[in-house]
Design a protein around this ligand. Structure first.
Ligand code: LLP
Length: 415
């Protein structure tokens, strides 16, 4: 489901006409719906109400502090992968005690700061990382909670760039190493072994891979229990897909019921790390058509948002709906919707049937997740503004970056 709807042939988010947003704040801009964001988070929380759980929103999906603040107000936890993300959570009023730290490459200073800031636990992905954590915790005289991230060798049947639970991926610890690593873990007095988890990939549209993954985790849970280690947490990660085109991902409730059945006889708390399923369909990218260009082969709509603003189509060949903000009663033509960046990979959509004119506004649907958070300054373009719609209110939650800001950190070496 999208947060967009038409009223009198004009596109709206909640009670706000997107033309008005463009007039007030310009384009390209990301525009989010508060109601949709909150609805998605609550749907997760409700669906899992029958098992002890904690929803740790994956900050990387969209890390704007206004978005994080709304989630913190709902009592959400957070899944972070850098010190930067932790600082954002704290700035947004999020609770470090509900924050889990994932990722394969945590630096020493990041681990130290995260311990000092009292995060809930570390998701550990290798022997070396475990040893580094133990050493730092010991030096700081702290007892630190640890979960081990397993690589269950499951195919999530998604794009290869966002598959993370296959044995050839850099993520997680191989199943055969878990028992010995667990012994190593419990021998460290500075560490407390509380759980195991996995994150097998993103934009997963069937339940089967999740089932395979949870079976693997429960198998390890039992194995560890037999060797005298009882864990309190199972972390299934994120990954639940959304509908961009014709995908039919499982409903949140279906996903929850399936996991609940699997976990019913285990006295554990479930940690979830959804990102896309919370913010994906709660945001759009608003862009303006600069030029219509026809060649003997193709027609292009050149818009003011490029791959630096929105990378998903270029990086994953992702298909996302592109809708006209104002519907024209004219004949449609087939366009490639492309940006101004000097790369042929710079496109938002190909072969789209639209009735548009130069100056028209378009909305790229379901761009709330991995949209702004993956944007860059490539081609020295300032990053877009971000706007939150709340009923009939329009709030600027990040102003457009100025050109001066894109090179403000650079120095000319004189002489
Ligand atoms: N937990 C961990 C450890 C992760 O690495 C991720 C995402 C998540 C949770 C959240 O996954 P989600 O529920 O959002 O699928 N840029 C890509 C997606 C990369 C996902 C990376 N990890 C895209 O635009 O499709």
């Amino acid at each position: 489901m999208s947060c967009l709807h038409y009223c009198d042939a004009t596109l709206y988010i909640e009670n706000v006409n997107l033309m008005q947003v463009a007039q007030q704040f310009g384009t390209p801009s990301y525009v989010y719906s508060r109601a949709m964001l909150e609805k998605n988070w609550k749907a997760f929380d409700q669906a899992f109400q029958f098992i002890p759980h904690c929803i740790c929103y994956a900050v990387k999906a969209n890390s704007n502090i206004a978005i994080l603040h709304l989630l913190a107000q709902l009592q959400s936890g957070f899944d972070i992968v850098s010190l930067g993300e932790l600082e954002r959570v704290i700035a947004a009023g999020g609770d470090p005690q509900k924050t889990v730290f994932s990722g394969v490459g945590k630096r020493e200073d990041e681990i130290e700061e995260a311990i000092k800031k009292n995060i809930y636990c570390f998701n550990i992905e290798s022997t070396s990382e475990l040893e580094r954590l133990a050493k730092i915790a010991h030096r700081l005289n702290k007892k630190v909670k640890v979960m081990l991230r397993i690589n269950p060798n499951v195919n999530p049947q998604t794009h290869s760039h966002i598959s993370t639970g296959l044995k050839e991926n850099k993520f997680g610890i191989h199943v055969s190493e878990i028992v010995s690593l667990s012994r190593q873990l419990v021998s460290h007095t500075s560490l407390q072994f509380i759980g195991i988890g996995c994150h097998i990939g993103s934009q997963i549209t069937t339940l089967a891979p999740f089932l395979e993954a949870i079976d693997c985790l429960l198998d390890i849970y039992q194995q560890l229990q037999r060797s005298g280690i009882t864990l309190q947490y199972i972390n299934i990660g994120g990954g639940l897909g959304i509908t961009y085109h014709q995908e039919r991902p499982p409903e949140i409730i279906e996903y929850a019921q399936t996991l609940q059945q699997k976990l019913s006889s285990y006295p554990v708390k479930l940690i979830l790390e959804p990102g896309r399923a919370i913010i994906g369909n709660a945001g759009v990218l608003l862009t303006r058509v600069e030029y219509l260009k026809s060649t003997p082969h193709k027609q292009f709509a050149i818009v003011d948002a490029g791959m630096n603003d929105f990378l998903r189509p270029s990086l994953y060949d992702a298909w996302q709906a592109i809708l006209p903000v104002t519907v024209r009663q004219e004949a449609k033509k087939i366009y490639d919707i492309v940006g101004p960046v000097c790369e042929s990979a710079d496109f938002l959509g190909k072969d789209r049937e639209l009735a548009i004119q130069e100056g028209d506004l378009l909305a790229v649907d379901s761009a709330g997740a991995y949209g702004f958070s993956m944007s860059s300054n490539y081609n020295s373009r300032g990053r877009p503004a971000e706007i939150l719609i709340d009923g009939d209110q329009i709030r600027l939650i990040r102003r457009r970056e100025t050109i001066q800001e894109t090179f403000a950190l650079e120095n000319i070496i004189k002489g």
